[in-house]
Write a protein that binds this ligand. Structure first.
Ligand code: ADP
Ligand code: ZN
Length: 597
């Protein structure tokens, strides 16, 4: 993203510092000079001259600087009259006139005085040159020219869910009045969360392209400033520009640089002010139909957990869209988009390249494609071959340390089996939340995950559902055990156990779901209020419940072993499976198993 250089700002700061140093020095020098001279009265001076104790006097700017025969210095304010001069001459006092500039201070002022018109002109020209007055507090947002904005959703591959979510925004920007008439409030702040290079900037740009509105881009780090108030001024100016160009999309990359949690580092008032200004501006564009109401702010971050809670409140960045690393199918699509410009040899198989690049982001796949083209060009070929892709992959990999690729085939199989276990048990427990998807694409700290869809907010949860949720949590480890044996299990189930234990403990101590403990709200009681014996019994009950969940998961998976293997295999191949795909797989496998039996 091209932003204007900081150079003019730095140059101005250096100039200001030099000027200040000069003035400071001049003032000190003048003061020093003055302290050496004693102030004296006119009559005292005449008297001294009369006694012959004065050797010289210099008239300068209405002041007489006198030097006594003993070297002492005097300063006298006096009118230079003929009488005075005669008096001095009569007593053999050397007379001099110095009507040049006075002290250094006066000189400086003199220089500035004469140079002022030039300085003003220079500043004006400089300001104009800095395109559109991007000065100090002015925003450095880049308005992307229309011909560059012509990114559309079709250019962004493999992120269908994110595109789907952004479609409403596009509709709104195209026809805001339709939404206003319906009284609908469209989210004005959208947060794209995902690793670098997954196409977040591209998505925002494509949304602007689809809606055919201007696209303004800035980066959170542009607002991190040394001078208090500067960042805030810049935020204000940025939103002002956006409002003036509404409807439009304002994109803020690396929002965490600007809106990180407060009080994390030493309290920093510049950061606070900038963040507060962002909040004020976000609140200012919520009212629909009002002026500038049609600004949609899309922010991107890699780490949404770093953001200040105030930023995520309703009316601000309250719509979150996850943009994850692409799975095999996504990678194949992205490779297709970027290979569009190339002439490919018949042996190039996008699916094979996609299979060999787990963990690659869209940006890396774009890079890979370019490297493949370069490899061909280096050998004077126009046609890009599979060998070029292989060479390109090595090059790209050399530059990056890739965790998911470093996984051995065995580790990947373990993760697939673990996630398949969660998915299958969740499928077989009617009380559990339905599966949205399962994936072995790493996200955040997790190597894989099963995403379940809670069916609406529950006011209360039944004991049967809690037991099902605990069994689902245990199923990852259970699957590892069944497929690889008890001594091959991994540390991958830590978070699962934490979740299960947490539920079980609350069942026992808060929700009265253990006959053994009864209906006592131990969780709400003061710590230490319960006896050691009760504490021990609670622990035993928690353990009994989690054990029961584990037993349930094991039983389900053992009887459905073929389905477990089938889902795991499909995950290995496709990396992401939807809930429907998992259900279909499970049914087919189970049917086959029963037929065979
Ligand atoms: P982010 O903002 O998430 O860091 P960008 O949108 O800046 O990522 O992507 C950088 C480049 O990577 C894009 O210009 C494009 O060439 C390529 N790219 C990333 N994701 C995709 C994608 N889903 N489809 C096609 N190209 C992509
Ligand atoms: Zn798990």
């Amino acid at each position: 993203m091209p932003t204007l250089p900081k150079r003019p700002l730095i140059a101005l700061a250096v100039l200001a510092a030099l000027l200040a140093a000069w003035l400071g020095f001049a003032a000190w020098y003048d003061h020093h000079q003055r302290t050496e001279e004693q102030p004296a009265t006119y009559s005292a001076l005449i008297d001294q001259a009369g006694r012959g104790e004065l050797s010289s006097i210099t008239f300068s700017h209405g002041t007489g600087h006198a030097v006594g025969t003993d070297g002492s210095r005097y300063r006298v304010v006096l009118p230079v009259t003929d009488d005075l001069l005669k008096e001095m001459r009569a007593h053999k006092v050397a007379i001099a006139f110095d009507e040049g500039p006075g002290g250094l201070m006066a000189q400086t002022v003199g220089v500035l005085d004469r140079a002022a018109p030039f300085i003003v002109v220079a500043l004006l020209i400089g300001g104009l040159l800095m395109s559109g007055g991007q000065f100090f507090g002015m925003s450095r947002a880049t308005r992307v020219r229309p011909e560059d904005t012509k990114t559309v959703f079709a250019d962004v591959a493999g992120v269908d869910e994110a595109k789907e979510e952004l479609r409403e925004t596009v509709q709104f920007l195209k026809d805001p009045r339709r939404f206003a008439m319906a009284g609908a409030r469209v989210p004005k702040g959208i947060l794209l969360v995902g690793p670098p290079g997954t196409g977040k900037t591209m998505l925002a740009k494509a949304a602007a392209g689809e809606a055919d509105v201007p696209f303004f881009a800035a980066s959170g780090s542009d607002f991190v400033e040394m001078f208090v108030g500067l960042g805030a001024a810049r935020v204000r100016s940025l939103f002002k520009t956006a409002r003036a160009n509404a409807p439009c999309i304002l994109f803020i990359d690396e929002i965490d640089a600007l809106a990180g949690k407060r009080g994390e580092s030493t309290s920093h008032s510049e950061r606070e002010q900038t963040l507060n200004q962002l909040l004020v501006e976000m609140d200012g564009i919520v009212d629909i139909g009002g002026r500038g109401g049609e600004v949609v702010v899309i922010a991107a971050t890699n780490r949404s957990e770093m953001l200040d809670a105030a930023v995520l409140r309703p009316g601000r960045f309250d719509r979150h869209i996850h943009v994850s690393l692409p799975d095999v199918a996504g990678r194949e699509a992205i490779l297709g988009v970027h290979a569009g410009r190339l002439t490919l040899a018949p042996d190039v198989c996008a699916r094979t390249v996609a299979r060999g690049t787990p963990g690659f982001s869209g940006a890396e796949l774009a890079n890979l494609t370019n490297e493949a083209a370069l490899s061909a060009a280096r050998q004077g070929r126009v046609v890009v071959t599979m060998a070029d892709y292989d060479a390109a992959k090595d090059r790209v990999l050399m530059g990056t340390e890739r965790r998911s690729l470093a996984l051995t085939a065995h580790e990947r199989r373990l993760i697939a089996v673990h996630e398949a276990g969660h998915a299958l048990v969740s499928l077989r427990c009617p009380q559990a939340d339905p599966i949205h998807k399962a994936t072995i694409i790493p996200r955040g700290g997790a190597l894989g995950m099963v995403v379940r869809l809670p069916e609406g907010d529950r006011v209360s949860v039944s004991r049967a559902k809690l037991m099902a949720d605990i069994a689902v949590a245990m199923a990852g480890r259970a699957a590892e055990e069944i497929a690889f044996g008890a001594d091959q299990v991994t540390t991958g189930a830590e978070a699962d156990f934490r979740a299960a234990t947490d539920l079980a403990r609350r069942m026992v101590t808060a929700w009265g779901m253990s006959e053994e403990i009864g209906f006592v709200a131990h969780a709400a009681a003061e710590p230490g209020a319960r006896s050691e014996r009760t504490a021990w019994r609670i622990d035993e009950e928690v353990r009994r419940i989690t054990d029961a969940g584990m037993e349930h998961a094991r039983r389900l998976l053992r009887t459905d072993r073929t389905a477990l293997d089938g889902i795991a295999q499909a995950l290995l191949e496709r990396e992401t499976l939807s809930g429907d795909e998992i259900a279909a797989l499970a049914d087919v496998q189970t049917e086959r198993a029963t037929e065979a039996a």
